[in-house]
Ligand binder design. Structure first.
Ligand SMILES: C[C@@](CO)(OP(=O)(O)O)[C@H](O)COP(=O)(O)OP(=O)(O)OC[C@H]1O[C@@H](n2ccc(N)nc2=O)[C@H](O)[C@@H]1O
Ligand SMILES: Nc1ncnc2c1ncn2[C@@H]1O[C@H](COP(=O)(O)OP(=O)(O)O)[C@@H](O)[C@H]1O
Length: 292
């Protein structure tokens, strides 16, 4: 086997709670994470030597700072692998958007090398390795609907989320996750999400309760730093059943009852918003990395 073509999906956070700040600067979180249909496509090919990345996105680095490079280097070193890897990345997930685009690329890289070099690592083992590179990577390997605790790397599979349709609106802003966590004041934080109740609603497949209780503690931080994101959230809230920021932002999600409704809101928003805003119709799905 010389190459493998993978689809690497984005994630959203149905709930995102921050419980405490740790000594090392990281935060203890409790979040219900969910894979969505929006994805990058990545072709991995074995070559004689080196790690080469080619991407259709001008802003993503193709050098050692790319998370794909870091993930590949980690496995090459840990397992003393022979040969090299060429990666062709077709990027569709907005970058630095709170959608774990980079993390899902890194997750796909671990899955690809595991297959191409026949390492026979389990998804548990790959998730553990991924956790050394970034907190969202273990979830991207597992996918579906999961409760993430610790710094986000301890995962527990939850009942599959009933299908949710949503529009995703990405403003032309790059938001630093580190800056958002760093600006959070837990003493003055907003109302914490009702994580346990949402888990129960997942078990009961109570779509209405889930949508009503979608909640993200980091929202107030990003909305304060970027008032244009607060404005966007208000706009999306008026058009949909519920508006929510994804992860550390700035992407705003609008949950709707049917795909047709999402398409019509998309057309409306595309007319109203500046051209640089990206609007995507998507839905929840149950798998993180998929081979084509
Ligand atoms: C907020 C979330 C929600 O899913 O996602 P994004 O918005 O980035 O997609 C995650 O917690 C982000 O995960 P990820 O983006 O992988 O974080 P990392 O690369 O490991 O860490 C980036 C920086 O965020 C801060 N960080 C991250 C995770 C955590 N539990 N506490 C933190 O304080 C740290 O300052 C760290 O240096
Ligand atoms: N393969 C990659 N895809 C996207 N971003 C990448 C990648 N490798 C490195 N990065 C960098 O990682 C940062 C965070 O990107 P991303 O994972 O898309 O955001 P988020 O953590 O908000 O979901 C960006 O600044 C980007 O330049």
């Amino acid at each position: 086997m010389d190459n493998i073509d993978l689809v690497a999906h984005a994630k959203i956070n149905l709930t995102l709670d921050v419980l405490a700040k740790r000594e090392d600067g990281y935060h203890e979180v409790e979040m219900i994470m969910q894979t969505i249909d929006l994805h990058d496509r990545i072709l991995f090919t074995k070559i004689d030597t080196g790690i080469e990345i080619v991407s259709n996105h001008p802003e993503i680095p193709t050098d050692k700072s790319n998370l794909i490079y870091k993930a590949a280097e980690l496995l090459f070193k840990d397992f003393k692998l022979e040969g090299g890897l060429r990666v062709n990345l077709d990027k569709r997930i907005p970058v630095a958007a709170g959608l774990a685009g980079g993390s899902s690329n890194a997750a796909a890289t671990l899955v690809a090398i595991n297959r191409l070099w026949d390492l026979r690592l389990t998804s548990e083992q790959l998730a553990k390795i991924g956790g050394r590179l970034g907190a969202d990577i273990p979830f991207c390997i597992k996918g579906g609907t999961q409760l993430a605790t610790g710094i986000g790397t301890d995962l527990k599979k939850l009942t599959k989320c009933p299908q949710l349709y949503l529009i995703l609106v990405n403003p032309p802003l790059l938001v630093s996750t580190a800056k958002v966590y760093g600006s959070l004041n837990l003493e003055q934080a907003d109302k914490h999400p009702s994580t346990d109740e949402v888990i129960r609603a997942l078990e009961e497949q109570d779509r209405g309760f889930i949508i009503e209780n979608l909640s993200n503690l980091l929202e107030s931080v990003t909305l304060k730093i970027h008032p244009e994101v607060a404005e966007l959230k208000n706009k999306v809230a008026k058009l949909s059943n519920k508006a929510l920021m994804s992860g550390s932002g700035p992407t705003i999600l609008g949950f709707v009852s049917a795909i047709e409704e999402a398409e019509s809101i998309k057309s409306k928003l595309e007319k109203e918003l500046p051209r640089e805003y990206r609007v995507v119709v998507t839905k929840t799905i149950d798998q993180g990395i998929v081979e084509i």
